[in-house]
Design a protein around this ligand. Structure first.
Ligand SMILES: NC(=O)c1ccc[n+]([C@@H]2O[C@H](COP(=O)([O-])OP(=O)(O)OC[C@H]3O[C@@H](n4cnc5c(N)ncnc54)[C@H](OP(=O)(O)O)[C@@H]3O)[C@@H](O)[C@H]2O)c1
Length: 291
C-alpha cells in the first residue's frame, strides 16, 4: 500500500500526504492523563511513520502534555519529512475540563511549551484554536490573538499558521493579519456545516483538515453507510474516510485511533475509490442530496 495514492498537499513550505494521523486518542480516557497502554501508544505512532504518514496532528492540551511527550518518546529524532501540527488556545482544568487559554501571554507560553515537550526548535504549523465557544465556532475578533502568534512566526518559532474552530468571517480577518495555511473545523459525512467554506478554501489553496472525521467521541453510525461498506467489502469507517478524500482535494485526513489495527484500516483507504453513484448515496447521510 502506498499513501501517495491519495495525493499530497502543501502546508506553506511543507508538503504532506493527504492521509495523516491525529494523536488525541493516545492520552488517557477523556483525553486526560496517561494512556491505558503506554507501549501500545508508542506502537501506534511508530506504525504510522513506518506506513508512510508524514502529518501528525497534536496539542499540549491532550493529556495535558501527554500526547506531545509520547510523540517525542516514540519518534524523536524525527524523520525530516514529518510535519507535526499543534494547536494552542486552551488548557485543561484539574477536573479534565477544557478552558480557554487565549490571552497573548498564554498563547506565547503555549508555543514555548509545545516546542519543549516535542523537543523542536521550530513548529512547522501552529493552529490558533478559537475559544469564544469551546464547542463550536462563534464570532468575535481574533486580531489580538493572531497578532501574538504572527509575532512568534516573525521570531522564527513558528513556520506556518492555521485556524481552528473558526468562522468564515474570522478566516477573512485572519488572512489580513498573516498567511493562513490550514483550517481545522468539525466536519464529516453527517456534519456538513462547512460545505461551502471547504470549496472557498480549495479555490484559495488553503487546506481544510476536518476534526472528528469519524464522528469523534461518538463514531458515525448510519444504516446507509453500513450498507455501502458491506457492498464494497470495506468497513464503515473506511468508507467515511474515502468519502472525505474524494469530497475535495484540499481535505487532509487526521483520523484518531489508539489501535494499530484501526490505524492500518484507516491508512488502507488510500486504495479505496468510491464511484459517483456511491458518493451520491453517501451524500444523503448529511442531507446534501444533489439533483
Ligand atoms: N481542533 C479541534 O478542536 C480538535 C477537536 C478534536 C480533535 N481534533 C484532532 O482531530 C483528530 C481526529 O479526531 P478524533 O480522534 O477526536 O476523532 P475521529 O478521528 O473522528 O474518531 C476517533 C474515534 O474513532 C475510533 N476509530 C478510529 N479508527 C477506527 C476504525 N478504523 N474502526 C473503528 N473505530 C475507529 C477511535 O477509537 P479507537 O481508539 O478504538 O480506534 C475513536 O473512538 C484528533 O486526533 C485531534 O488531533 C481537533
Amino acid at each position: 500500500m502506498s499513501l501517495e495514492q491519495s495525493g499530497t498537499f502543501a502546508l506553506g513550505s511543507r508538503t504532506v500526504k493527504r492521509l495523516g494521523y491525529g494523536a488525541m486518542q493516545l492520552a488517557g480516557p477523556g483525553v486526560f492523563g496517561p494512556p491505558k497502554d503506554h507501549a501500545g501508544a508508542l506502537a501506534v505512532l511508530r506504525e504510522a511513520i513506518a506506513a508512510g504518514v508524514n502529518h501528525i496532528d497534536t496539542s499540549d492540551f491532550y493529556g495535558p502534555y501527554v500526547t506531545n511527550r509520547l510523540i517525542r518518546e516514540a519518534l524523536a529524532p524525527y524523520p525530516k519529512d514529518l510535519v507535526i501540527v499543534t494547536k494552542i488556545g486552551a488548557r485543561r482544568g484539574e477536573d479534565a475540563s477544557w478552558l480557554p487559554a487565549f490571552s497573548p501571554a498564554e498563547l506565547t507560553q503555549a508555543v514555548h511549551d509545545n516546542l519543549r515537550n516535542l523537543h523542536l526548535d521550530v513548529m512547522d504549523v501552529v493552529n490558533l484554536r478559537i475559544m469564544f465557544d469551546t464547542h463550536g465556532p462563534a464570532e468575535g475578533s481574533i486580531e489580538a490573538q493572531l497578532t501574538a502568534l504572527a509575532e512568534l512566526q516573525r521570531q522564527g518559532l513558528v513556520r506556518h499558521i492555521g485556524l481552528s474552530n473558526v468562522t468564515p468571517t474570522q478566516i477573512a480577518e485572519g488572512r489580513r493579519i498573516c498567511d493562513i495555511v490550514c483550517v481545522q473545523n468539525q466536519y464529516n459525512l453527517a456534519h456538513r456545516d462547512d460545505d461551502s467554506l471547504i470549496d472557498d478554501l480549495a479555490r484559495d489553496g488553503i487546506a481544510y483538515v476536518p476534526f472528528f472525521p469519524l464522528g469523534g467521541f461518538s463514531p458515525l453510525q448510519s444504516s446507509t453507510l453500513s450498507a455501502v461498506a458491506q457492498r464494497l467489502g470495506a468497513t464503515p469507517m473506511q468508507v467515511a474516510l474515502a468519502w472525505l478524500l474524494q469530497r475535495s482535494p484540499n481535505i487532509l485526513l487526521i483520523p484518531g485511533t489508539s489501535s494499530v489495527a484501526h490505524l492500518r484500516q484507516n491508512l488502507a483507504v488510500a486504495e479505496l475509490t468510491l464511484s459517483a453513484d456511491v458518493l451520491k448515496e453517501l451524500d444523503t447521510i448529511g442531507g446534501a442530496v444533489s439533483a
